[in-house]
Design a protein around this ligand. Structure first.
Ligand code: FES
Length: 113
């Protein structure tokens, strides 16, 4: 299945990249950016990012089930990826709250004028 139509990356490509990244013993996390760089590809529109993250998680689950990579390394990487995702969601919530406050003040300003 094609995950990224811009860079033409399949779920098999992501599986292979995650295996190679996690087996390398480096401290790299298999984020979408790291996986794309590993495949010598670049994200263009980034609409595939959520699907790429899901494919990366699925690849990590398969690796854990196959015990082809150290389970502690996988658990550590997964915990870091979850923290990164939580920070991103919190940042989006703050931006959304800021925009809502700005919209509210613009509306009240218009009504008072
Ligand atoms: S679909 Fe992946 S970068 Fe556009």
């Amino acid at each position: 299945m094609i995950i990224c139509s811009c860079a033409v990356i399949s779920d098999r490509d992501i599986d292979r990249a995650v295996i190679e990244i996690m087996s390398a013993g480096s401290a790299l996390l298999p984020t979408p950016g790291v996986v794309f760089r590993h495949l010598n590809k670049k994200m263009n529109c980034c609409t595939c990012a959520p699907v790429a993250v899901s494919a990366i998680y699925a690849a990590m689950d398969r690796l854990a089930a196959d015990t082809r990579v150290c389970p502690y390394a996988l658990a550590g990487a997964r915990a870091k990826l979850i923290r990164i995702e939580e920070r991103r969601l919190n940042r989006q919530r703050r931006i959304g709250a800021g925009r809502a406050a700005a919209n509210l003040s613009a509306v009240t300003h218009r009504q008072s004028a």
